[in-house]
Design a protein around this ligand. Structure first.
Ligand code: GTR
Length: 427
């Protein structure tokens, strides 16, 4: 009971404190202090990168290592064998339009981790293996789907009255509460599969969540320990989950594993970007309203800042990152370099005009400033240098739009992602 009260208190400090900062944050362009971005195409020892081959062989590994060391932490490599158990194949899902598979992923060498439940919807009647969107959910598979026979997640969930979360657990009334963000029929209707899992299967999203999650299980002694600079944070762990889904999809003959698009919203958009950077099996990377610690330029003091995010959500990142609060200039990376880690794979960044907390212009700028790497590969970026008007998508290998409305994932966003994926996957 006492732990429960303490936990609730800590949660309030995290989410509610961040919420309160939204009122006092800077939203005035003229008040952003001058900044210089770290050079994308100069190595740490000063060598200039002028070819795609040199980017791939020299600078890319260096930039990836810098993000591990300073922002998200290193993903350990000690999970061993991964096992997949298909627990359900429902051929007449979504009124016969789709096949729904439920796959349990676990680690036989680490039975202390309860594993993750993957829900995969496949379009019925396709003549070839399907391309697939892969993304984590905030509310669980039963929240993504409105189908009443999807098992209700039994995992810990963030308090949320509107979503009918009672005592940190989903209830029958929670079904479908995230379905507007996952327009399954629309995605299936265009010939794409969707694979998703509840991010809390990997780690509950609060400061002490790791103690009940995969990070504790994979830590050296399998016991609670303190995290050091460079150790992975929750974003790294959630991202690990997406890579394990890719492991599974590579074994599923109904899927074209050369056509996987990783997608995420908000904190899970940060997760999507970090996944795309680490795991090149994802051929397209999509960041929806990912904001600070995602696509937004770290050095712009606009909306959420490094100081705010690392105070409210220290567990998302490696410990080192907190040291850059109000001291971004000292950080050897900025987020344009994270976008560049997707190159030459297509990447899409989406903002919403009423989501100023996420700094839409800063999200746009990271894509723009990543372009020199795409150019090395003979690819085109936005084709514009100023943020486009609302609801006017731009770009080629780097796509961008600023949607009307608030922080959310809407059908408008998915319309653009489907168009982008069809174009680049040649569907
Ligand atoms: C906010 C946080 C953002 C964003 C968002 C979300 O409170 O400040 O960085 O990640 O949560 O995930 O919905």
């Amino acid at each position: 009971m006492r732990t429960c009260i303490l936990l609730s208190l800590m949660l309030l400090i995290g989410e509610d404190w961040a919420e309160a900062q939204k009122k006092t944050a800077n939203y005035d362009e003229s008040k952003i202090p001058a900044y210089t971005l770290p050079a994308l195409l100069t190595t740490r020892d000063g060598a200039k990168i002028t070819t795609a081959a040199d980017w791939t062989a020299e600078r890319r590994p260096e930039v990836l290592a810098l993000f591990q060391e300073h922002v998200y932490g290193r993903t350990p490599g000690n999970w061993g064998k991964v096992s997949f158990e298909t627990r359900e194949v429902k051929k007449d899902a979504l009124g016969g339009k789709a096949t729904r598979k439920l796959i349990h992923i676990s680690l036989p060498e680490h039975p202390a981790w309860a594993g993750m439940e993957v829900m995969l919807y496949l379009p019925n009647g396709l003549k070839a293996p399907a391309p697939c969107f892969v993304g984590p959910s905030f509310g669980g598979n039963h929240a993504v789907s409105t189908e009443p026979d999807v098992p209700l997640s039994t995992r810990w969930m963030r308090p949320n009255k509107e979503k009918s979360i009672v005592d940190n657990h989903a209830t029958e009334a929670s079904r479908g509460n995230e379905s507007s963000r996952w327009p399954l029929e629309m995605i299936i209707g265009q010939g794409f599969a969707v694979a998703t899992y509840y991010y809390g299967d990997i780690e509950p999203d609060h400061v002490d969540g790791w103690k009940d999650g995969l990070r504790a299980v994979l830590s050296k002694d399998g016991a609670a320990t303190e995290w050091k600079n460079g150790d992975w944070g929750a974003i790294g762990a959630w991202s690990w989950g997406l890579s394990r889904i890719a492991d599974y999809l590579e074994t599923d003959a109904d899927i074209d594993a050369k056509k996987l698009a990783v997608i995420g919203h908000s904190r899970l958009g940060k997760t999507s970007l970090w996944t795309g950077a680490q795991d090149q099996r994802f051929g397209i990377v999509i960041s929806n309203n990912s904001g600070e610690g995602g696509a937004a330029t770290m050095r712009r003091n606009y909306g959420e800042t490094t100081a705010i995010i690392t105070k409210a959500f220290p567990h998302w990142f490696t410990k080192t990152y907190a040291g850059y609060g109000d001291n971004e200039a000292a950080c050897p990376v900025d987020q344009h370099m994270l976008i560049a880690l997707a190159a030459p794979r297509p990447i899409y960044i989406a903002s919403a005009v009423d989501d100023q907390w996420a700094d839409p212009k800063g999200e746009f700028l990271s894509g723009l400033n990543a372009e020199p790497v795409y150019v090395l590969f003979g690819k085109k970026g936005y084709g514009v240098t100023e943020p486009p008007a609302v609801d006017t998508p731009v770009g080629d290998a780097i796509g961008y739009h600023m949607r009307t409305g608030k922080h959310d994932v809407t059908d408008y966003d998915w319309t653009q992602y489907l168009r982008f994926a069809k174009k680049h996957f040649g569907q």
